[in-house]
Design a protein around this ligand. Sequence first.
Ligand code: HSE
Length: 410
Amino acid sequence: MINVALMGHGVVGSGVAEILLYHRDVLTEKIKEEIRLKYILDLRDFDGLAYAPLFTKRFADILDDPEIRIVVEVMGGVTFAYDYTKACLLAGKSVVTSNKELVAAKGQELLEIAAANNVNFLFEASVGGGIPILRPMAQCLAANTITEVLGILNGTTNFILTKMVAENMSFADALRLAQQNGYAEKDPTADVEGHDACRKLCILAALAFGQHVYPAQVETTGITGISRTDVDYADRFNAVVKLIGRARRLPDGHVTAAVYPALISRAHILANVNDVFNAILVHGDCVGDVLFYGRGAGKMPTASAVVADVLDCAKHLTARKYLYWAEGAPDFVVPATISETRLYVRASCDDPTAAAKAASDAFGEELFTIRDNAAREIAFLTPTGTEGVLRETLAALPCLRDPVVYHVID
Ligand code: HSE
């Protein structure tokens, strides 16, 4: 019998408890060993629950119990989560977490402590909710040099954008619904400002490119600035607006990593990823493009990934060696503006026809522009070029006032 402790009984934690307790026979059958949930650590009281006797408010009950071989951390945040995770690993217990904030901030250090203590630190649920992505990337794509990771990494914002576009729902109502469904973070600012997607991109980039990428190294823009006007223009350019995380390996070994809203062409496979679904496109030099798709948030999808890691730990009580990356460095991530891209531009102007001609002249080709003479506004897509150069060209066009700029993904 393998004894497990659970730290945190929120949305994901309660899902993990339910699977461990109520799917116990199925899990036992799968690994030919019984998994027993022995403690649940939470400061709140859950007296009405059938499994209320499992609760404790003392971390020491878990840490000091030699029977506990696997600890699931789903408390969130970094402070206690980091201290408790580190203490468990040092005590020779494997730790499974869904906590992307923790992994993005401290993943490399915790992986190293786990390896030194010959135990596992697994975090499949930290990226893409129920989507298998980290293990397949690390194991099934191991033969490749990964050159790009591009994805819709946050279920809440994708849900909000989908509801706003498809059902004309207001931002506030869509966010409320996402919270009711258990998709949003405790503080949904992390979702809508892009911080959650940024943390997930850090984990993907670290795994893909071999060095820790810190959230502060990732330029991050959320969805709060997106207006109905740009959503409507996107539609007229046959595109949809999505929050994207994109990390690329440059030929010199440096990487770029950024999170931003982008216009995705309807012809692109990510354009049809809607509601709470996430999708991550990984490009390997041997395999080409591989797409991972599924529910990116929510109680049971995320708990499903957590419990799979628990089973992996139970089958391999000593350290698995597939998950590893080196320490980060300040110059590892370089500004994304040196990468190739294409931009959507919407700007005010006095004379839309003259502004369209000036933009075409500046970008060196006849641009397809949408002009709104009454609103004195134009919108267009630039040709592909280095982002920094495209932005300089734009800045040198005084006839375009207060331009709103988004990346375009064809
Ligand atoms: N708040 C996150 C999301 C939860 O909406 O994607 C899953 O990580």
